[in-house]
Design a protein around this ligand. Structure first.
Ligand code: FCB
Length: 451
């Protein structure tokens, strides 16, 4: 516990508060210590894929400013910091011996966090696949799952003494369907069959990693982070209710069913003519017991039925609604968070739930002498944290809340044009300037303001 931490009204003692981040979005220093290329380095160079032509070069310069970042976290009074390891730093070609310098860096970061009373929560894979593995076929190839498991085992071995909570994958739906289906994310392939193969191999890699974690006998916890969607039907008409259910399968049941031992949602796959590349033993490995389920929640959509066709196999459409929107165009629906947690808990009964990401991009125009008065972000965070309180009051096993994100960073295909941080980063100097939301979150964690 840090000195700052009090008790947030409506949350049990032991509830863990923190922030989330990811390696490629914040580290910069892409050429240090023989780091290999990741699929995002290559994707950013293609041109026309990332707003403003940005890349992870520079980013928040966090690789070199770890002391400063830890000081900001300490000032905030968080109990945990979720960050991801960069696989191409640890294994530049995606296989073989680890780079000791990269491991030493992460060990040092964990030590700095520990000195500040902050628990590291480590994500093994937040989208930065070594390009060398993509060149061999990437996630649609079965081998990639085994390479991921090898890398995970190296990470457990090197950092297992410092890290007590591990997240295998972040939002594998995005890796599979944005990376290989729509091509909006790296590696930018557009083939729906590859997206489903990638989904299976991501899940297999996850299951193998959980299995190898159990073999280490380490006393920590391991889970996965998904971005489920449990949209509202736009109306109470039956066709809209059914449309909303269809919409949610690819983001939710496609992942949770196999993770909780129910196999894949066969009707959904059959309707698309998809046969998953399952081999003997895969489903058992994927269903390895999870200590917790992480969910990232940003928004909840209203869905209506639409004519089904080749480009719209589900026959669904976004319906407009009266909710406000963030700079991402995402609807602001705080109570959708509690609804989603309840739906997931009701259907799959995870032992423990974590909100591993929640936050909002706003233009942050209200600035005065370098200080950002981000009232919109404060209201977004407050109302979503209130929704977490409601979920706990309803008896759900929610154990932690991690705000996305500590600092404005590289927002994938949006480059640096979308800002989610509690802290503004001066793009010219790299200097950090806490926004009002940083001060508000600190006051909340200190027990001075209630959600
Ligand atoms: C999530 C990602 C995270 C960040 C937020 C805004 O989907 O996990 O890296 O980009 O969205």
């Amino acid at each position: 516990m840090t000195a700052m931490q009090g008790r947030v009204e409506g949350f049990p003692a032991g509830f863990i508060w923190g922030c989330s981040n990811a390696s490629y979005q914040s580290e910069g220093s892409l050429h240090e210590l023989g780091r290999g290329e990741s699929i995002w380095d290559v994707f950013c160079r293609l041109g026309g894929k990332v707003a403003g032509g940005g890349s992870g070069e520079g980013a928040c310069d966090s690789w070199r400013r770890m002391e400063e970042d830890v000081a900001l976290l300490r000032g905030l009074g968080v109990g945990a910091y979720r960050f991801s390891l960069s696989w191409p730093r640890i294994q530049p070609s995606g296989k073989g011996r680890p780079v000791q310098g990269a491991i030493d860096h992460y060990l040092r970061f964990c030590d700095l966090l520990a000195e500040a009373g902050i628990e590291p929560i480590v994500t093994l894979y937040h989208w930065d696949l070594p390009q060398a593995l993509e060149d061999e076929g990437g996630w649609p190839m079965r081998e990639t799952a085994f390479r991921f498991a090898d890398y995970a085992a190296l990470a457990f071995d090197a950092l297992g003494g410092r890290v007590r909570r591990w997240v295998t994958l972040n939002e594998p739906w995005c890796s599979a369907f944005l990376g290989y289906g729509s091509g909006e994310h790296a590696p930018g392939r557009k083939d729906i069959g590859s997206a489903y193969r990638a989904a299976h191999h991501l899940l297999l890699g996850h299951g193998l990693a959980v299995g190898s974690y159990r073999e280490t006998g380490l006393p920590g916890e391991i889970g996965i982070t998904l971005n489920p969607a449990t949209p509202r039907p736009a109306t109470r008409r039956e066709q809209d209710i059914l449309a909303a259910q269809r919409f949610s399968v690819e983001r939710t049941a496609l992942w949770l069913d196999p993770l909780y031992g129910r196999g894949y949602p066969e009707a959904h796959l059959a309707a698309r003519g998809i046969a998953m590349p399952i081999e003997a033993g895969d489903l058992g490995r994927i269903a390895a017991e999870l200590d917790f389920l992480g969910v990232n929640y940003y928004n909840e959509d209203a869905i209506e039925a639409a004519p089904a066709g080749a480009g719209n196999p589900d026959g669904v459409a976004y319906a407009g609604d009266w909710h406000g929107r963030t700079a991402m165009g995402w609807s602001i629906v705080p109570d959708g968070l509690a609804r989603m947690l309840a739906r997931i808990h009701g259907q799959w009964r995870p032992k423990a739930l974590w909100v591993t990401e929640n936050g909002a991009a706003f233009a942050d125009e209200d600035m005065e002498a370098g200080r950002v008065h981000d009232r919109d972000r404060i209201e977004y965070l407050r109302s979503h944290i209130a929704s977490c309180r409601d979920a706990i009051a309803a008896g759900l096993p929610l154990r932690g809340y991690l705000a996305w994100t500590l600092m404005d960073n590289f927002e994938w295909s949006f480059g640096y044009t979308r800002k989610f941080g509690l802290v503004r980063v001066d793009s010219a100097t790299g200097e950090r300037h806490p926004k009002d939301s940083y001060h508000w979150y600190r006051d909340l964690l200190a027990g001075f303001v209630a959600p």
